[in-house]
Design a protein around this ligand. Structure first.
Ligand code: S3P
Length: 432
């Protein structure tokens, strides 16, 4: 298999709007499918993961029209089945962990019906016991392989509300239980050990659900129905993150990334890069569809090492690979701690990030819950394998631009899971 080569580059310049937010797109399709009538979603992400969610909602009876290329372009319209009407189905979730964890929350509380969720090779390694345990406590009937992994089988059942203290800070588990709470008898209370992304809470409240935060708990009460709405999806800070990192690392760069979601539960990378010495300006700040957005202007900067752990981890969970990359260019040794969850992503990201950076000349030591990365003044370059993980593929590309000799990425096609136009967009920032 031949790879895709990313040569050392000159400065990145210009501006673009990164693709729409993946987390919010998944939720928009699911919440629209639960609605009574037609929801319009503007800027739905057109990528492999979010296509899986559209197929899933069609399989269970929602109607779909419109559609088009990614970005802010044409709206899709989703005709909901109503909260209590999804039809039995086998659902292929593809590579989408968010779909795998969120959808069962809605299905488990159906009085009747039978659903099977399965996906690709990577999805079969993603644990579902984290949702099965609390859902069963609510009365759900679920079966998983070895009680832990997909395929996941769900038989509709009557649910009752519980108070559940999550052992891990996971927005996927939280969202699953909030969906289940819409159909459960009584109140469902989800207690988070640390705040995680809160898109589900915002979107359910906008659809008329009785959901509120009480300290470290999110409390939801059952709903008769959800109101269809129009939903606007901002650009994904997790996709913008690759260009942010590239611009910080390649000397002389200055770029602007437009309409990026800046929900404080997602902006950990900005805080971390700023602490390392980067200057990231927020311009044109406003709110779209209940979410804060801004244009992010960033320039290259010399970096110093930092320590990342605790409450910062869930706020930067998908960007921690880029923190490790940036740390290779920083002065001193960076420590990432409390991030054992990285082992349960599309790949074991403690292993794949370590292998990637070492292959390019980095000095990285993996630990049980993170990494220690010694800054070595940059990276030599070389060849890496994406391991089928979209974020490792794009990390390799950014490393290539900032490296001395360039990077060849095997399996660059994995980027299509969240960002099919990644190479073209990167090219446009190099050509400007
Ligand atoms: C997501 C939550 C995070 C994140 C994932 C998307 C979501 O996972 O890593 O990419 O949309 O809720 P966890 O909730 O399992 O930490």
């Amino acid at each position: 298999m031949s790879g895709t080569r990313f040569a050392p580059s000159g400065p990145l310049r210009g501006s673009l709007r990164p693709p729409s937010d993946k987390s919010i797109s998944h939720r928009a399709a699911l919440i629209a499918a639960m609605g009574e009538g037609e929801t319009e979603v503007r800027g739905y992400l057109d990528a492999a993961d979010t296509r899986s969610t559209l197929h899933a909602v069609e399989e269970i009876g929602a109607g779909l029209s419109g559609g088009g290329p990614s970005g802010v372009a044409p709206a899709i319209r989703i005709e909901g089945t109503g909260l209590r009407e999804p039809t039995s189905a086998r659902v292929d979730v593809g590579n989408a962990g968010t779909l795998l964890r969120l959808l069962p929350g809605w299905l488990a509380g159906q009085g009747e019906g039978h659903w099977t969720l399965d996906g690709d090779e990577s999805i079969r390694r993603r644990p579902v016991d984290r949702i099965a345990v609390p859902l069963r406590e609510m009365g759900a009937r679920l079966r998983a392989s070895g009680d832990r992994l997909p395929p996941l089988e769900i038989e509709g059942a009557a649910l009752h509300g519980i108070a559940y203290e999550m052992p891990i800070a996971s927005a996927q588990v939280k969202s699953c239980l909030l969906f289940a709470g819409l159909l459960a008898e009584g109140e469902t209370r989800v207690i988070e050990p640390l705040p995680s992304r809160d898109h589900t809470e915002r979107m359910l409240a906008a659809a008329g659900a009785d959901v509120r935060r009480e300290g470290d708990a999110i409390v939801i009460r059952p709903a008769e129905s959800l109101e269809p709405q129009s939903i606007d999806i901002p650009a994904d800070i997790s996709s913008a993150a690759f260009f942010l990192a590239a611009a910080v690392l390649v000397p002389g760069s200055e770029i602007a990334l437009e309409e990026v979601g800046t929900n404080p539960t997602r902006t950990g990378l900005l805080t971390i890069l700023e602490r390392m010495g980067a200057a990231i300006e927020r311009e044109d700040e406003r709110e779209v569809g209940g979410e804060p957005i801004a244009s992010l202007r960033v320039r290259s900067a010399p970096l110093r090492a930092t320590e990342v752990g605790g409450a910062e981890i869930p706020l930067a969970i998908d960007e921690l690979p880029l923190v490790a990359l940036a740390a290779c260019f920083a002065e001193g040794t960076t420590f990432i701690r409390d991030a054992e969850e990285l082992r349960r992503k599309e790949s074991d990201r403690i292993e794949t990030v370590t292998a990637t950076l070492r292959a390019l000349g980095g000095n990285v030591e993996p630990t049980a819950d993170g990494m220690a990365i010694e800054g070595t003044g940059g990276l030599r370059g070389g060849a890496i394998d994406s391991h089928g993980d979209h974020r490792i593929a794009m990390l390799g590309a950014v490393a290539g631009l900032a490296s001395k000799q360039g990077v060849e990425v095997l399996g660059m096609d994995a980027a299509a899971v969240s960002y099919p136009g990644f190479e073209a967009d990167l090219g446009s920032l190099l050509a400007s």
